[in-house]
Design a protein around this ligand. Structure first.
Ligand code: GEK
Length: 244
């Protein structure tokens, strides 16, 4: 599939409004996320492998903040356990509209999949073997995060997993600068200009709130998860698996 190039922040903008997952973002999203998140393609395919191993027969697999459904499609291609289904949720109508079109074209699997346009906070999580938050928790208000992780823990079956991928922040300024600078090098190497990098950063400032790795690990523990494992890190982008 050819990707529409992301040029949303290429020209100087007089007024920088808060970032929104609207039609303009949806049109360029596959290009944007690939060029902005180090390891995105590998994360998606590896989540498919985790799903293959941890899906339990007769359970639900949730993809919360699914955007166009890349995680769901990867899980769908790998799951072989009987009577599993995938529930993909996003509160952006434009994402879900385009995601449903892509899902309709995915003929590689018969695993049932539902794409819901809803606030993930209102979705009941039950009988789950896998829950994925792939770069979604960072958009949830800080004070709501523990309740969400607790709800996910309660909805998971014994042996179930939460896959949590996030952009993280570092308490020590030197470490923070090191990772941020390398992330910006990554974006420059993918063709983004300094203007694009800085305008996007400003647009995300009030919308995306990264926390430290320790904050995430402590919250997972507080919610009841017996153990969590850091399985991916590239600069300030990480992914954890938490085990019930
Ligand atoms: C991927 N997981 O391609 N309820 C539902 N969806 C939400 C909410 C909410 N309260 N808040 C934000 N979102 C995807 C990438 S993108 C990450 C996830 C990024 C949705 C929002 O609409 C967007 O589609 C997604 O979370 C975050 O693997 O663009 O940096």
């Amino acid at each position: 599939m050819s990707k529409t190039p992301d040029t949303l922040y290429a020209a100087p903008l007089n007024e920088l409004i808060d970032f929104q997952f609207d039609e303009r973002v949806v049109a360029v999203f596959p290009d944007m996320i690939q060029r902005s998140v180090p390891g995105y393609g590998m994360l998606i395919s590896t989540i498919g492998l985790l799903a293959a191993r941890y899906a339990q027969a007769g359970s639900h697999c949730y993809d919360l903040g699914c955007s166009l459904g890349a995680v769901s499609l990867a899980m769908r291609q790998r799951i072989t356990q009987a009577n599993c289904d995938i529930i993909a949720v996003d509160n952006s109508p434009a994402m879900i509209k385009r995601g449903r079109e892509l899902f309709a074209g995915d003929k590689n699997s018969t695993v049932p999949m539902t794409m819901l346009c809803a606030d993930l906070q209102s979705v009941i999580i039950e009988n789950a073997s896998i829950v994925v938050l792939n770069f979604t928790l960072q958009f949830i208000p800080l004070h709501e995060r523990l309740t969400l992780i607790e709800r996910i823990y309660q909805g998971l079956k014994p042996g179930g997993i939460l896959i949590l991928s996030e952009k993280i922040a570092f308490a020590e300024p030197e470490r923070q600068n090191f990772h941020v600078e390398l992330h910006h090098d990554f974006k420059r190497a993918n063709g983004y200009s300094d203007l694009e990098i800085s305008q996007k950063r400003t647009a995300l400032e009030n919308v995306m709130i990264p926390e430290s790795l320790a904050d995430h690990q402590e919250r997972l523990h507080a919610a009841g998860f017996a153990a969590s494992e850091l399985w991916f890190q590239c600069f300030n982008f990480v992914s954890l698996v938490a085990f019930k």
